[in-house]
Design a protein around this ligand. Sequence first.
Ligand code: FES
Length: 607
Amino acid sequence: MSLKKLEVTYRPFDRVTRVPPGTTLFSAAHWIGLPIDSTCGGRGTCGKCKVQVLDGGLEVSSADRKELREAEIGSGWRLSCQSRVYQDTVCLVPELQRVPRAATMGVNRLVLLDPNVRKVYVELAEPSLEDQRGDVERLQDALTAEGFDMKAGLAALATLPGTLRGCGFKVTAVLGGDQLIAVEPGDTRDACYGVAFDVGTTTVVGTLMNLRTGMAEAVRSTLNGQAPFGADVISRISHAMAGSAALVELQAAVRQSMNGILGELYTEAGVAREQVYEAVVVGNATMLHLLLGIDPTPISMVPFTPAFHGPLDLEARDAGLEIHRNGRVQTLPLIGAYVGADIVSGLIATGLGREDRLRLFVDVGTNGEIVLGSSRRILATAAPAGPAFEGSQIACGMRATEGAIEGVTLSDRVELQVIGGDVRPRGICGSGLVDTVAQLRLCGLLDASGRMRSKDEAPEHPLSDRLITVDGVRAFLLAEDVYLSQRDVRELQFGKGSIASGIKVLMDELGVTPGEIEEVLLGGSFGSYLNPESARVIGLVPPVDVDRILSVGNTAGEGAKMTLLSFRERQVAFELPDQVEYVELSARADFNESFLAVLQFPELGDL
Ligand code: FES
């Protein structure tokens, strides 16, 4: 799929961006981090986002007619949130009326604090025989005067008469987008919270965010309660295939994990459940399906189609999350069955594709998600990497918990970094595995084909005593009862080969060489702990300077927080699937060819 992009130029800054047809001038500006004023969240009701179109389409929207004067419309002024681009456009952005509050989040991204949840304090005229408007119309009129549209569902309406009359009609309306979530007596604007959830296959992380200040009030993580049903998405899907009771079981397990986290967040931050109005939830496609009780089976079968790709805006009670009883839950969209909302969130956190710089983002796990691109073109794919990076199928493999060897340095001796500090090493986790293999390569005990030398072959080597055999298989002893076997090296070669060939396919498709990649970003719960040098030595990532390989942490969680705090970032996330071209590896002959080519480790002289 190729998308013809259109060029939008913003004066007086002379900032240029390329966007797909149909993108609004408002969103396109935010895509490159250019703030345009707004208080309505781009809904066409505040009139603050006007720009003057100097060259390009000049269609007039009904919101333009409502918010702008006839003379303004005549001289090309339009509401940027309603003006869609269908040709190259040049426009003039007026000086900001207010300096928006901003915070640095993700990978050095400046995020404007403009949450989807807004609290508006209004003092309503009390009803009289001369003014018999209904309560909801009274509230609606007051909000319209402040520049907000509002729709009220039955749940919010039910308590409205009592609330208004109990506090002399001085209330705070809580809006999630244009949905009325609550009407609270008096001025409660100081207490406004939301929660960002990263639902990983292994771990669930929740962060309670103060939507007024942009600060994180508390963070909690726990193992995904679905763990007993299998370690990876395929085994979870297999369990779900057992029938509707199994699906309910999986849904209940993850809900319980998330609600457990919520309870702890409320206690730690001293925040009441009723003050938390929205949750943004990201995760891979399977995790989102299971959380919502949707059959994920088609994800695992050719042609790999999820039940939904788009973002979902749900009632918290339908999603089973214990936030405000009328609260909202927002999921981010998927790019493909195996490039999910967690990766969309990662792209928000890294800003990949919003700059001219060519960057590569790799989330390493049982599934390696890969995104390569710049503002010109972005490609994404998923490569099956097997369980080695998670430490399973490895003789002494374990998850990254206390006692796991997470870092290794080999010289004339063995130096180990063990999770928990001064504790007995019990096994090797993924990052320790990658380090060990890289170090064995560097100290000459592993050749480029992945073959480990035996004690007889390297009698003079200072670490030759560590070269052992276990059940007839060559191995390297790291600590008492903890070793890395020749078979483990092969497992890792398979995993890294798959990811490296996925990267190669994308590079070939874009026609770029390693030298053109300005940054390699390693993300995800495993990738962030990888030693960049080791990733390069084993050939997991292309041979770029090591200082251009960055560990970027839990980008899925960061992106969820950013889209909770900024409706503009959320809009960008919604548009990302249209910007990114998904490459299905299983449909490509060159994947197998490059897989065989990159199974070997790189020659050390090539690094
Ligand atoms: S009218 Fe409010 S952002 Fe456009």
